[in-house]
Ligand binder design. Structure first.
Ligand SMILES: [Fe+2]
Length: 218
């Protein structure tokens, strides 16, 4: 990591309160089962942006315990449900080299993520114009930052439109863990070149370690 990126990253952290993992923090490393158990033990009242952020910063996931939730497909990244209740859902997203999400938001829900395997680039966007009557919008790229096992992040509620990319130059697959509260089953996807946006339904590639019967991994 060069110093320019380092400086840029931390200026972004200051402005948007993205998570950084302070080196002096004692980190407990847990299996994914225990990690989720710990999350589920947080009451609804305490399931705030800050409290969950604090939990994710202080508890890392042992990558080898994620095996049941790792499915790669050359066709698209995969979404693999680990746990879901009324308050939150937790899933892995598995990224082949070069795969990326569309530009999207999270339906005004809170989102925290980390990447126990590989690394990912997050590109944020500011929505400058949005016209619901004709589905048009103008978005402009803003902050760029990186996420890996040591640097979890949360989506900034004030600027929630973003894209996640496993850049070809990273030269490795990635697995990220996402916590969404509350769960949602669609998101708003933005097409920057066309200046349009619209709803897209979401589905799971696998649930609780079992591949969806209709799923054909490429
Ligand atoms: Fe997202």
């Amino acid at each position: 990591m060069n110093s320019f990126f380092f400086a840029g990253k931390f200026s972004a952290l200051r402005r948007y309160n993205f998570l950084a993992m302070p080196n002096q923090l004692a980190i407990e490393t847990l299996s994914i089962a225990d990690w989720v158990k710990g999350l589920a033990a947080i009451s609804e009242r305490d399931f705030t942006l800050e409290n969950v952020q604090d939990y994710i910063v202080r508890h890392a996931v042992r990558p080898e315990t994620l095996d049941n939730y790792i499915f790669y497909s050359k066709g698209n990244y995969t979404r693999n449900l680990i746990f879901k209740n009324d308050l939150f859902e937790c899933m892995t997203i598995c990224w082949e080299i070069g795969q990326h999400s569309r530009i999207h938001n999270h339906r005004d829900q809170n989102c925290w993520m980390s990447a126990p395997i590989g690394r990912l680039k997050i590109q944020n966007f500011r929505v400058e114009e949005k016209d619901a009557s004709c589905g048009t919008c103008k978005i402009v790229p803003t902050e760029i930052y990186e996420m890996d096992g040591a640097h979890p992040v949360r989506v900034n509620p004030l600027e929630p439109v973003h894209q996640v990319l496993n850049l070809p130059e990273f030269k490795q697959r990635a697995v990220s863990i996402h916590v969404y509260s509350k769960p949602f089953d669609s998101c708003e996807v933005y097409t920057r070149e066309r200046g349009t946006y619209g709803d897209v339904p979401l589905h799971y590639t696998s649930e609780y370690g079992k591949l969806h019967p209709d799923e054909k991994l490429l």
